[in-house]
Design a protein around this ligand. Sequence first.
Ligand SMILES: [Fe+2]
Length: 263
Amino acid sequence: MTAKDLESLKEWFSAYTKSFYSSSKEDQKNILLKVEHTRNVCENIFRIADDVARGADEKRLAEAAALFHDVGRFPQYARYRTFRDAVSTNHGHLGAKVLADEGALSGLPADEREMIIRTVRFHNAFAIPDTVDERTAFLLKMVRDADKLDIFRVFIEYYESPEEDRASAVAYGLPDTPEYSRGILSCLSEGKIASYVNLKTENDFKLMKLSWIYGMNFDISLRMLRERGYIGRTADKLPQTPEILSAVRRLEEYISGRLKNGR
Ligand SMILES: [Fe+2]
């Protein structure tokens, strides 16, 4: 992929997303949330790829995959007015279909086209399927880290902003009560990744997000996470019980350990 190819992909993306702009204030806020998320995931991947990618070509490929990773969010919202896959559709699969149906990648060599489509399809899977080839898996690792990093920004900004400014579709629609679930906390305290299944409260949601850090692929991503204070800024929105504090401490120790060993 040449630098010029990447430029035209950016133009395509911008025109495609603009076609979903809405005169409803609420819908427009939700659409812009995803445009801004995409911009940030692209910036994140730029830094990640700078550290781990093998050459300029792979860097551009990573940026293109980041650009399109959430392309399915736009038709998903237009059709269902939600970003919750569980009650609508898998936005990774939808995004892969959009790219294929619209011929968005038709100017690229077939192998790059396939890699981008597969990355979009699986960017949100619980784990990277072992059926994907090594190059796609590497691309997926970069996109998943860049995406997770920005998901922290989105949620932290949501919780830290006045209610009237919040984009409605960020919230998962769970009750914001002081409770949290044993099972989700155990995942975090045992270094396991929690899934969306069995979330009961907003606190469960925050604990689940923190547990995702155990699945981060690259040291550079952990460094970026730490630089931005995302763990502390998520943890301070949770009940400060001894068991939560100790699970968060364990997570911080895990990161320090990994960065010290330069894994
Ligand atoms: Fe996504």
